[in-house]
Design a protein around this ligand. Sequence first.
Ligand SMILES: NC(=O)c1ccc[n+]([C@@H]2O[C@H](COP(=O)([O-])OP(=O)(O)OC[C@H]3O[C@@H](n4cnc5c(N)ncnc54)[C@H](O)[C@@H]3O)[C@@H](O)[C@H]2O)c1
Length: 453
Amino acid sequence: MRVLVVGSGYVGLVAAACFAEAGHRVLGVDVDADKIAKLRQGVSPIFEPGLDGLLAKHLASGQLAFSTGLEEGIADADAAFICVGTPMGEDGSADLRFILQVAADLGRALPLRPPGARPLIVVDKSTVPVGTAARVRQAIQAELEAAGQDRPFEVVSNPEFLREGSALEDFLRPDRVVVGCHTDFAEAVMKALYAPFLEASKGKWFRMDPASAELTKYAANAMLALRISFINEIAALSEEVGADVDFVKAAIGADHRIGPAFLNPGPGFGGSCFPKDLQALLKTGREHGISLKTLTATVEANRHQKMVLLRKIKAHYGVQGGDPAPLAGKRFALWGLAFKAHTDDIREAMSLELIEGLLALGATVAAHDFEAMPAIRARLGDRITYAAEPLQACEGADALLVATEWPEYRNADLAAAGAALKSKVMFDGRNLFRPEAMKAAGWTYHSLGRRTL
Ligand SMILES: NC(=O)c1ccc[n+]([C@@H]2O[C@H](COP(=O)([O-])OP(=O)(O)OC[C@H]3O[C@@H](n4cnc5c(N)ncnc54)[C@H](O)[C@@H]3O)[C@@H](O)[C@H]2O)c1
């Protein structure tokens, strides 16, 4: 089949490369001319494991091409996927500017399809509030009418559940595909597109109406965020009552009604999705007179959690109010900048708030990450220093902070890190190590939901 993918960011690029891998002919589109120029040379603008190889493979095979305009691919496309950003608007709602822009572009380009062509399936893959499929349809129709033209099309909702860091695996072997559509024809086109993936994964196919599909995506993210905030609160309580959250989470996760996923305490959730999607869902609730109290609490708990390492640092160094720079002269090695491992994405990363908090208290920061250094450098410039290796960040620092769960940190040479530090003090926001082992190795080890021994 022939596919247009509009928006070549984390979702669009992965979708384009994976559809090409499934044997479809794909044109990836983006308004960012630099991005498209790089992509045409086989250079991915983002880090995602495996993506470079897949892009190179299908640029070479001719299954995949890139353009700054969708006109090139619209005439014979079976489906056009909208994969542009839906950032948080000022009032918390999803900003649909980019979505509606693409809808208008599609409406203007549709007359390039021959009269009598099959309906174009326009697919909302971006995360969008309930009712967006209808708005996209109106925006396309308005352009057709303005041009005095008529071409058949149907708007379908097909939310994306991939996780950055394992996006290719998630897309190529999905546990489910959700399609909100009104006609059997639209479902058949979507099934043909996804068949190779579902055959590989034996994943489930869910056909529903567009509103239900749109809500499904928000409900999924809200549930995951809720579990994170829940276990973070249990971790905080564990510390106070002398329990160990590792035991608690393992035992409750073994209950098949609960399951083990998303029960790892951490320094609050971030990233490009959960924070904005929760706000958008709360806004939808307000618009419809439904107070989503569990979500309000989730957001509030996460705001508190993002400061957890800073609170522990302040307590350790006895920081009191009144002193404008109580951590002046202190230097912190920070391992991990991306909002989670295996990505270079720093959108809403908790490392940013940690860094700002430390700088405000007069401390300095030497940071390391395996992929996110360029993004943080572009954002913070020379306000912090950057280490080429994890151990280099530790040299002469007063303590080591862990904010991202890169496996390399778990396997790092802690003896060497301890030797490079001024003192063997660690604040581990990811519980990478066991308190007993750390104590035995001479560390003062602060983690989440376990006692500091
Ligand atoms: N990143 C994720 O893990 C993830 C997972 C599931 C769903 N989503 C959702 O998918 C959507 C896209 O997210 P992302 O992380 O890929 O965003 P992104 O910011 O990485 O990419 C969006 C791309 O769209 C391009 N764009 C903007 N306007 C355009 C236009 N008019 N025409 C063509 N291109 C245009 C931008 O230049 C950018 O390259 C969002 O709604 C997001 O919530 C993201």
